[in-house]
Design a protein around this ligand. Sequence first.
Ligand SMILES: [Zn+2]
Length: 344
Amino acid sequence: MANNLVIRALRGNAKSFSLSSKNINQIPSTVANLTSLLKLQLNNNCLSTLPIELQSLCQLTELNLGNNLLEEIPPVLRYLPSLRKLYVFGNQIENLPEDIFGALSKLVLLNLNHNKIRVLPPEIKGLTHLEILSLTHNQLEVIPAEIALLNKLTELNLTNNNLVTLPPQLCFLPQLSKLYIARNYLKELPEGIFRLSKLKVLDVAGNCLTMFPVDFHLVRVEELYCEGNAFVQHKLVESIQETEVLSLKEQAARLILMECRRERSVLRRALALHPAVADALSLAGRCALCSQAFLTTWLECVRFVNLRKDMKLRSSQSVPVRVQLCSYSCFNQSGHMYYGVASV
Ligand SMILES: [Zn+2]
């Protein structure tokens, strides 16, 4: 029956061809003769491989291999250079070969949902045209920093994985408008998430977040999903302030950072000759009250941001957003709404 369909498609010089849901475990070799094909649907079958002969489909732009029995990305995909949309969801794939990404450099959509992928290779950076990357229901534990090189990425879906952290470089994806990271094990989001200026949808539900990063209220999202986290509560408890003696390194860093703020600072010019020191100082934070910079020692506080009032979202929920203060002397000033964080 599959062969009859191929013969009919051959006669019609078909651009699109489907063998979806035909319960087949191999592709008729005649499919390789459909050289005008742009779109091929092979989803919902029992395929465990694809014949290498399919490399004749050099015009193919869309291939759906979803819901089959593939244990690896079929090698023939290396020879289909026109592919723009690739669906491989619902298979048994554990590993992604590093060299596949260079061969698929024209992809704009890659859907690998519902597989068993543990590692996303750094070579993903080769997919320079990628706009949508979906890897829900896999076993990813880390995302490589190289993901930040996918300049055209607008949608990233990492829902239902084993992520415990995200690379800070994620905040440099210039076009990202939808970020789905629900149901992982994230304890915090990368600082600097407010730099995602195009972000419209953020789903962080079902993680282990205790608070949002510094300046989160500046993110201009239109939809935020954050239920099922371990956010600190707005509950007042007694606490003792232990005066901390700053280390010599911290004191020196604060002095250098302060001095470097002066426009004609000699130190600022000297830093250019010491990139390692400049790198270390680039991680400095700034006190939300007095603006003094600090390096490794600060007082972690939160402010409670009302989603409706402060971020113009539909929910009236208040969520904790991290605030860093330089010292207890700033914390003890009156007139601010920052709370110290206590574990009770
Ligand atoms: Zn301060």
